[in-house]
Design a protein around this ligand. Sequence first.
Ligand SMILES: [Zn+2]
Length: 192
Amino acid sequence: MADAKWTLFMDRDGVVNVQIVGGYVMRPEQFAYTPHFLEAMRLLRPRFARLVIVTNQQCVGKGLCTQEDIDLIHERLQAQLRVQGTPFDQIYCCPHLADASCTCRKPNIGLAMQALQDFPDIDVSRSVMVGDSLSDMQFARNVGIIPVHVGTIRHPEFERILDITTSHFDSLYDFALHLDDFPFFSSASDVR
Ligand SMILES: [Zn+2]
């Protein structure tokens, strides 16, 4: 399969599911996919050897919900994805407060380090990070993987971090549709 050595890191809120503005997704019934998410996964899953979520869930650290609440949401997500044969390899979550100085809250690289420990075959030089926030793009740069921004809100700092002309898509589905146009894949022809 083309590009079979590549890994896709993915943010959750705003990429997989619709972000709750000013709040958190703490129960499965609050978890709503972004448009065409399941179709996006059908396009993306065969193209990546590894596909993982890296997500900050400060709601746990704030005591608004428990790790078990978050795990339940992720178990339901994975169960639905397994039905169509496109589960994530793993879902990594930082439950800590923003001011807790942990090493796993994006843009820190801890969640990527956990993924590398679990899957030593992940090659950061052949990895992409899709996210909607500045911290996602900074995380990508800190780890040394290719940042791709999805969503309609662009932070002024993006222009410094991203090549906007090649790294911005309206949604995960939009990114999935344009995978073949993407410069890093055309330059990775050795794995085709
Ligand atoms: Zn953390």
